[in-house]
Design a binder for this molecule. Structure first.
Ligand SMILES: NC(=O)c1ccc[n+]([C@@H]2O[C@H](COP(=O)([O-])OP(=O)(O)OC[C@H]3O[C@@H](n4cnc5c(N)ncnc54)[C@H](OP(=O)(O)O)[C@@H]3O)[C@@H](O)[C@H]2O)c1
Length: 191
């Protein structure tokens, strides 16, 4: 079964971008690109990705003329957005809205047995998690606090820490997604 992973970087206080969608705080950090939980190893097993429109527009604006993803990509939006302006074969980008379950099912088929990556942002990851479709969270925690910004996962959930190690400036951590926060679950018959 394809696994859906949220692979991202966050500040210590839980933001994946600042209020103006800047990632400057992230880009200047030192990391070992061959080190623990690195992107190169992660992306080898990924057969389809999904992202929200803010993330998509950030990627288009910051890397114009290039599309870094070889696998099919879904972009969630209610708007008419442009396709990436790339030369040659182009990019496989599909726009969708509404139910993330339908998108998930299409991604599983497109991925042909490989795993799935939800790039962000946090609320979109929450939509997959609400449907019980999220399996893992891998995050690089940067030694930065911002006080405000785009939250990593704005929901009340429990996760289980599977792995945590240093990668230069970062803590690289991997979690299993458990589900609704224990305190929010309805009481069982046993109490
Ligand atoms: N630190 C990292 O590693 C990292 C990773 C990923 C992203 N980021 C950054 O974090 C920020 C995330 O931005 P964000 O929090 O605004 O999240 P986002 O998920 O990128 O974008 C949210 C937007 O996606 C659209 N959307 C979401 N769910 C939808 C659905 N079910 N159906 C239709 N449309 C849907 C909506 O926009 P419309 O309908 O108006 O289009 C919504 O406002 C960006 O700046 C991004 O660059 C950082």
């Amino acid at each position: 079964m394809a696994r859906l992973t949220y692979y991202t970087a966050t500040t210590l206080d839980g933001f994946i971008a600042d209020p103006d969608d800047s990632l400057a705080w992230l880009m200047r950090q030192d990391q070992d690109e061959q080190g623990p939980l690195n992107y190169e190893d992660f992306i080898k097993d990924i057969g389809a990705i999904v992202m929200g429109s803010t993330t998509y527009e950030w990627v288009l604006a910051h890397d114009p003329g290039n599309w870094a993803y070889a696998m099919p990509a879904w972009v969630m939006t209610h708007r008419d957005l442009p396709l990436p302006a790339v030369e040659g074969e182009g990019a496989d980008v599909r726009f969708a809205q509404g139910s993330v379950r339908e998108v998930y099912d299409a991604m599983v088929v497109a991925a042909g047995g490989k795993d799935l990556w939800v790039v962000g942002g946090g609320d979109l990851v929450g939509q997959f998690a609400d449907e019980g479709l999220l399996d893992e969270v891998i995050t690089y925690i940067a030694p930065v606090t911002l006080g405000a910004g785009r939250p990593i996962l704005p929901r009340r959930f429990d996760l289980e820490l599977l792995e945590a190690t240093q990668n230069k400036a970062f803590i690289a951590a991997r979690y299993r997604f458990v589900g609704v926060l224990a305190e929010d679950r309805p009481p069982t018959l046993e109490g």
